[in-house]
Structures are given as structure tokens and as C-alpha cells.
Design a protein around this ligand. Structure first.
Ligand code: FAD
Length: 321
């Protein structure tokens, strides 16, 4: 298989997100001996473009058009469509992030192509690319392929390992003129809600609390544990609904999907909607006082006990390490 694959990179606060490198790894697999073309929009794209080359792109197209400084559906859709029309890629790959989830269906609809979202793995068999994606809130996986038109997919973070960085790789970086017009949305200012801590979708360790944590003060203990571990803090919807923490921490079917190496599930029952967001974590440690709690069935290690006794002990031990 020798395909041309277009990868839309994603920046956050002037830095490339790791997921962009994972998308490149997926693209390299699809392209075979073909070409992987990276695309990057917004502030700092020119400086960051060489990183895409180092992680597998053959060349990169960048645009620092004022309208692309911050993501808006309208502007990015126009930009990606123009690149697709110019480049005619046989495959298009994006991250399955808030941006990818919003942008990919719109581009697919305009290109009248299929779209396979939330891909966690892929195999190439001859000319066919077979994608694996979770269904039924992560209870099962299905294999899918697009038989006609561009192969278009979004890739879930932390599932397809990035290629090793190769600083010796060279490739052309080209500034492209895109015509972005008739915008219905313009971002004037961004006001960020500060939750502090590490970005959950890219965290290697997550300490997540549930309704069992009982209060916002209880969550402070989890923040302390997370600090010691260098972890991000997440939550069940139960904890968010009870106002112990902000909804931006919610993990699950209607929250964030995370795949850290280590996930502490503390005082949360493990409802199927929560599992949908974290069951792909490599190692799950549950702390729950109920020996029948469903989370214990998916946990690799379980501590049955009162979190208000277990977590302080854990902190003490970890501090000594
Ligand atoms: P509970 O189910 O009340 O569990 C609390 C747990 O804490 C219990 O297991 C208990 O044994 C334990 N506990 C209590 N005290 C202690 C203690 N002192 N020490 C140790 N353990 C203790 N939920 C999500 O999380 N994410 C989602 O994205 C999500 N999306 C949803 C979408 C839909 C459409 C619906 C219908 C529901 C969704 N939910 C989601 C809600 C989900 O069904 C559960 O209600 C929720 O996950 C429960 O949160 P919890 O586990 O914190 O609370």
C-alpha cells in the first residue's frame, strides 16, 4: 500500500500535543511507502512543524493565518477542506480530541466520505486498512474499514504509540495561503477556568475520586496524593454532580476518555458510564470500602477499606519513597 496520508496536527498553547505524534505513527502505517503530509495551523506552527517531520511526516504544510490562531469549527473546516482539495490525500487522520470530534464529521460530510472515529488500533492488510474502535461504552470492540473514498479516521489519545523521535529526518515545511472567509464565529478572547494540574487526556497517572470522597475538602487529599505522584486529578460524575469538583475533571462516557499507565479509582463505584472513560488504563488500583463494588472487578489491585484511612497511609508511604 502506497498512500498519501494527511495528518492534521493539534497545538495547545503554542505546543504540539503528543497525540499529533501518535496520529503520525498511525499515518505511517497506512502510508507504507507512500507520503505522510502533516498540517499545522495557528500561532507557532512554523516553529513546531519540524517536530512533525521528526515523528514521521515527510513534509508539513503550515498556516499562521490570523483566523486560524485559535480553533473555530468554521475556519478549521475551511482550512482542512482546502488542503484536501489541493493535496488529494487518500487518507486523513486527526486526533479524537474535542477539536477532532468537532472537526472530523464536518469535513467528512463536506467531502462526502466515511469517517471512523475513536480508533484505538489499526492493521493494514494489502490495500485495506482495518480500524479497531470501542463500542457499548468500551464493553466491546469492533473492526471497521472504509471501502470507498478517503480513509478518514480520528485516533484516541494514548493508544497508538508514537514513533521514536528522529532528529536526523528532513522534510520540506511549506507555508500555505488559505482563503478563510465568511466566518460566522470569531474568537475575541478566551477566558480559562483554572482547574490547575495536569491535562487528563495526556496524564500518565490519574487519581480519580467519586462520591465516596464526600466533599470538596475530601478532594484536597486527592490533590495532595496526585502531587506526590505527579498525577492528574479526575472524578466520577457522581462527584461532579455533588459539586465536590469541577465538571472538567469528569471521566467517562460523557466526560473525558483517558488511558493512563496507572489509574487510582478512589471512592467511586465503577458504573459502566465511568468505565467507558477509563477501562483502557494499563493498571487500575481501586480503593473502596464495599467489597462488592463493580470497580473491583476491573481493577488490577484493590484495597478494600475506608479511603479516609487508606489515602493518608498511601501518601505517607509514597512520601518516604
Ligand atoms: P457512587 O455510585 O455513589 O459510588 C460511590 C462509591 O464510593 C461506592 O462504591 C462506595 O462503596 C464508595 N465509598 C463510599 N464511602 C467510601 C469510603 N469512605 N471509602 C471508600 N469507598 C467509599 N458517571 C461517570 O463517572 N462518568 C460519566 O461520564 C457518566 N456519564 C453518564 C451518562 C449517562 C447518560 C448516565 C445515565 C450516567 C452517567 N454517569 C457517569 C453516572 C453513573 O451512572 C454513576 O451514577 C456515577 O458514575 C456514580 O458516581 P460514583 O461512583 O462516584 O458514586
Amino acid at each position: 500500500m502506497n498512500k498519501k496520508v494527511l495528518v492534521i496536527g493539534e497545538m495547545r498553547e503554542g505546543e504540539l500535543r503528543n497525540l499529533s505524534f501518535e496520529c503520525l505513527a498511525a499515518a505511517r502505517k497506512i502510508a507504507g511507502e507512500g507520503e505522510v503530509v502533516g498540517a499545522l495551523f495557528g500561532e507557532n506552527s512554523q516553529q513546531r512543524a519540524s517536530q512533525l517531520i521528526q515523528y514521521g511526516a515527510d513534509r508539513v504544510l503550515v498556516s499562521e493565518d490570523d483566523n486560524l490562531k485559535k480553533y473555530t469549527t468554521d475556519a478549521y473546516r475551511q482550512a482542512v477542506i482546502q488542503l484536501c482539495n489541493n493535496e488529494n490525500p487518500e487518507s486523513i487522520i486527526l486526533g479524537h480530541t474535542s477539536m477532532g470530534k468537532d472537526l472530523a464529521p464536518q469535513v467528512a460530510a463536506e467531502l462526502q466520505s466515511g469517517l471512523i472515529s475513536d480508533v484505538v488500533d489499526l492493521e493494514v492488510e494489502g490495500d485495506n486498512v482495518i480500524f479497531t474502535r470501542p463500542i457499548y461504552s468500551g464493553k466491546a470492540f469492533e473492526k471497521k474499514q472504509i471501502e470507498e473514498g478517503p480513509i478518514f479516521a480520528t485516533v484516541r489519545p494514548n493508544n497508538i504509540p508514537a514513533l521514536e523521535k528522529d532528529e536526523a529526518r528532513n522534510g520540506e515545511i511549506t507555508s500555505v495561503d488559505l482563503s478563510i472567509k465568511d466566518l460566522r464565529t470569531i474568537i475575541k478572547d478566551t477566558v480559562k477556568k483554572s482547574t490547575g494540574g495536569i491535562d487528563l487526556s495526556e496524564a500518565n497517572i490519574i487519581v480519580a475520586g467519586g462520591r465516596g470522597v464526600k466533599s470538596a475538602e475530601g478532594f484536597n487529599t486527592l490533590y495532595e496524593l496526585a502531587d506526590i505522584l505527579g498525577a492528574g486529578v479526575g472524578a466520577s460524575r457522581g462527584a461532579c454532580d455533588a459539586e465536590y469538583c469541577d465538571y472538567s475533571l469528569q471521566i467517562g462516557q460523557t466526560g473525558k476518555v483517558v488511558t493512563p499507565d496507572l489509574y487510582f479509582a478512589i471512592g467511586l463505584s465503577g458504573a459502566i458510564q465511568h468505565l467507558a472513560g477509563m477501562s483502557n488504563a494499563k493498571v487500575i488500583v481501586a480503593i473502596n470500602k464495599d467489597p462488592e463494588a463493580p470497580i473491583l472487578e476491573v481493577a488490577d489491585y484493590s484495597i478494600v477499606g475506608d479511603l479516609f484511612e487508606v489515602v493518608p497511609l498511601l501518601k505517607e508511604i509514597l512520601k518516604k519513597e
